[in-house]
Design a protein around this ligand. Sequence first.
Ligand code: ADP
Length: 594
Amino acid sequence: MKGLSYVQKTAIPYLLLLVIVLAGIGFTTSLFFERFVLTSWKEELTTEASLISEQLDEQLLNLDASYDLSRQVLKFSEITGDRVTLILADGTVIAESDHDLVTMENHLQRPEVQAAINGKIEPTIRLSTTMHQRYIYVAAAIYDGKVAIGVIRLAKSLALYDATIARFRLILYLVAGCSAMIALLLIFMQSSKKFNPLRKISEEIYTMSEVGELKTIVGVDRKDEIGLVVSAHNSLVEKINFQIQTLQNEQTKLSAILSNMTDGVILVNADGIVTLINTSAQRLFNVIRQTTDGVSLIEVVRQHQIVELWKQTLQSGKTQSATIQTSLDKDNIQVIASILGPVLPGEVLLLFQDLTLLRKLETVRKDFISNISHELRTPLASLKALTETLQNGALHDPAVSNRFLLQMDEEIDNLTQIVQELLELSKIESGRVPLEKKRTSAHEIVSRPVERMKLQAERAGITLETILPAELPNLDVDLTKIHQVFMNLIHNAIKFTPPGGRISVAAQLQTDSVVFSIADSGTGILPNDLKRVFERFYKSDRSRSGGGTGLGLSISRHIVEIHDGKIWAESTPGEGSTFHFSIPITSGNDNKNS
Ligand code: ADP
């Protein structure tokens, strides 16, 4: 029974019951027939044999007319419908209705004949050796006074009865066989996948578990127990799917937060194995492997200090923090280790905050303050010196006091310029300056500032030239501001180019922008300075003593950037510098201008 399906296990007892019931019906029916039919036949034959024996006693005494006896026997046979045999007391058959007398043997030993001679009527059923079929034999003695002189035997053939019973049994066996076959067929069909909904359901559940996708079972529309199982399964699947969806949403949110965090996050279990690491932490520790499953904390961070911090947190159960240096080029990293407690027992969350940017901002701020104080101190010190000299008597010397006043005026101009440029820079940086863009031809953008600076260049003994391609697109720019960029760059070029030098202003058409370049044959900029010239107040040492606030390039960079362009510089010290800036060509700008 082990390998059988549930349906087969349930159906087999019923099948056995069916076979037992049919066999029982067959058995009791044949028993009934045996009892009822044969008993009544036996009784009937007994009565008939008794009656015939009484009639025959006289005739048998006059044994001269044997012919008559045969006829008589035939007559009895016709009336009763049975086989009738007349036997003498010595067993000799003297008359027979159904068989030739000559071939008939002595019948003395036949049990019914023996019983009759002994005065009893005992019906027996046996196979006739003469007729080769079953008969009920009943024999009654014929008396002469008290002496039995012969026996009249009646025999009823059971051939028809036996054939009927045999046919009945055959029909019964056929019905039983067919029922069993039909039952087997039904069992087979019930257990097959197509007709067995339970099997269908279980197979669908198996497939789901293999594919890893929970689906509701469709197409089983039943009102019985199977229908209940299916609807219970479907409602469970819907609930689980809803929960999975909710969990997936939560997980997506969490991983989006984790991967977009600038701080590094590492989750470590009680065995020191990393169970979670976000992109920032991977970047911080140069983790290039695809998966960190089963990797220990030391393998990931390669920093003994961090492992120590994790151990301390685990032991103390309290949040710990430390500042470490992950590599030579990376500055400081602040690590905060906190225990997650009952939510995730034994797990420690390590948070890595990169302090590099913070430090850099701090340095920029310090530099800015130091630069601005330096820039302000020079004119202020000079003003102070001039006023003190005037107070100490120079005021009374008109020639000296006039010169001093002119110098003071110059210093005040310097201070005003610094303050104005600072104000402008702060306005541009805070985005408070609205751009008044106008479609302008590239030639117009270049020509005006070049024209304005020409005289200044000539005075300094420098040639200022313009090299522009014939066809350039119109650009959307705030003309005043872009002119300021040109003026700043040309002004710097004049300032750092010795007399006899050359400055060329050029423009080049790129795929999606126009790149303007201001190249000079001046002093050039050292590589270290080149990296920082666009910073506020930055001046190379060589130019520190000269005029200029160090804000010009910073303002220019902001103006270019608010036009969505880029600014950069190239320089070879001693040979000259080239400053480039790009202005994007806005869509629909097909209007070429020469
Ligand atoms: P400044 O007002 O001092 O010129 P800028 O911001 O315009 O301030 O320039 C910053 C520094 O960049 C200058 O002090 C100078 O050292 C360097 N610089 C700018 N343009 C040139 C150039 N054409 N040649 C050499 N050095 C330059």
